[in-house]
Ligand binder design. Structure first.
Ligand SMILES: Cc1cc2nc3c(=O)[nH]c(=O)nc-3n(C[C@H](O)[C@H](O)[C@H](O)COP(=O)(O)OP(=O)(O)OC[C@H]3O[C@@H](n4cnc5c(N)ncnc54)[C@H](O)[C@@H]3O)c2cc1C
Length: 381
């Protein structure tokens, strides 16, 4: 885990001002938007409570083609063409129609930052709230006509009171990162660890990311993570965990743009949130480019981006149905036949192909997202 580098105490000087675009959150989604805006002359400020790449937010496994298309292959640690799925009495090997790679978080953030050619100014500041188009931080107030919330599941810049766990539509994930090696991308669907959810071990070049995710926010995951680490034979050290949204939320609200986990873009069932953060980050970044270059108003961008995100509702609903189904298979002895039934290679290829198409990697190469549906009349900008 990286050493803390965030400015503290006296180094946190007051920060005020007006910008063209204010990006709150500098992880997968926020950095992707800054990268798009690099081709404009806009005055962009990006803020995060930590230095860029300082605090890893995930197990960092993503489809390799996405990393390729975004020019991020230098961060890749290991690549996998198979998924090994363990149920209580059996192990299945699913050949995947596309590969997944684990990557180094700090490195990928640095690469994304390099790609924005430093055009966005970056400052560490903790976001505390918002009034209209002014964001309140622990270092002062910042204003911009275009404000992005890429702050993760808390959706801090949303209107009204936020729903907190365990009542929100959130899963919870916790993992350890011991120094160890492995060859397989492994999943466990086993109530021994978690009743409704799954567990994983992702090797990443001398590190194993071993963790447990529960779709039910009431169920604790610390004890199961300790047990899984012990079963895998690794020390439970270097912890990382967070809440994970599993329901799509409106991607625009009160004139603010939401992206990544703040919009619930993380995919239900798999809790894969990096690829959607890239995908919706690109879509939003392209809309913002058109606003700052004068080709559309903020209101049009809000309408277009909101409609684009909403057009994925049916896919998210389907994945949520599958998620609700996981863990309802009782007794446990039926798990093995259920997984066997979905294991023929043709079926795995079909399912993963459809899953991939929810946020397809080709999108990274498009210059601008086509309107997902006719653009609604512009709201007041
Ligand atoms: C244990 C675990 C393992 C996971 N593994 C995977 C995986 O292998 N593959 C995958 O695709 N997805 C994985 N996910 C999901 C994935 O991590 C998220 O969906 C993804 O990180 C979302 O990206 P984001 O940019 O929207 O938000 P985040 O990556 O969460 O970034 C939010 C940023 O906002 C900053 N921030 C938050 N609050 C404030 C504040 N008040 N002020 C200032 N800054 C703030 C944070 O410091 C952070 O930099 C995992 C999640 C967990 C919890």
């Amino acid at each position: 885990m990286p050493v803390r580098a965030t400015k503290r105490g006296d180094a946190r000087t007051p920060l005020h001002g007006e910008w063209d675009v204010l990006i709150c959150g500098a992880s997968f989604a926020g950095l992707t938007i800054a990268r798009e805006l690099a081709r404009t002359d806009a005055r962009v400020l990006m803020i995060d409570r930590y230095e860029i790449g300082e605090r890893q937010t995930s197990a960092c496994a993503a489809p390799t083609t996405w990393l390729e298309q975004l020019g991020l292959m230098d961060a890749v640690q290991q690549t996998f063409g198979e998924l090994v799925v363990h149920v209580p009495d059996r192990t299945f090997r699913w050949p995947l129609p596309f590969t997944f790679s684990t990557f180094d978080y700090r490195r990928i953030c640095a690469l994304l930052r390099e790609q924005s050619e430093g055009s966005a100014v970056f400052e560490t500041a903790k976001v505390e709230g918002r009034t209209g188009f002014t964001v309140h931080t622990d270092r002062g107030d910042l204003s911009a006509p275009l404000i992005v919330d890429a702050l993760g599941w808390r959706r801090i810049l949303g209107a009204g009171a936020n729903v907190q766990p365990p009542n929100a539509r959130l899963s919870r994930g916790l993992e350890v990162h011991p120094h160890a090696n492995g060859n397989d991308l492994e999943l466990w669907i086993d109530p021994k660890y978690v009743r409704r959810g799954y567990s994983w071990s992702f090797p990443a070049d001398g590190e194993l990311r071993v963790g447990v995710g529960s779709f039910d926010p009431h169920d604790h995951v610390k004890e199961p993570t300790l047990q899984l680490a012990s079963d895998v034979g690794v020390p439970a050290e270097r912890w990382q965990g967070n809440w994970i949204p599993h329901q799509l939320r409106p991607a625009t609200e009160d004139g603010i743009f939401f992206v990544g986990d703040s919009a619930g873009h993380c995919l239900p069932t798999t809790a894969e949130g990096i690829r959607p953060a890239f995908y919706f980050g690109l879509a939003l970044g392209r809309e913002l480019v058109d606003v700052v270059d004068g080709r559309q108003t903020r209101g049009q961008a809000l309408a277009r981006y909101g409609a684009f995100s909403d057009d994925h509702l049916w896919q998210y609903r389907w994945l949520l149905r599958v998620q609700n189904w996981v863990g309802r298979i009782t007794p446990t002895r039926l798990l093995s036949p259920a997984i066997r039934a979905i294991s023929p290679p043709g079926l795995v290829r079909w399912a993963f192909g459809n899953y991939r198409d929810i946020c397809p990697p080709e999108f990274a190469l498009e210059r601008r997202s086509a309107p997902a549906r006719p653009v609604r009349p512009a709201a007041a900008a």
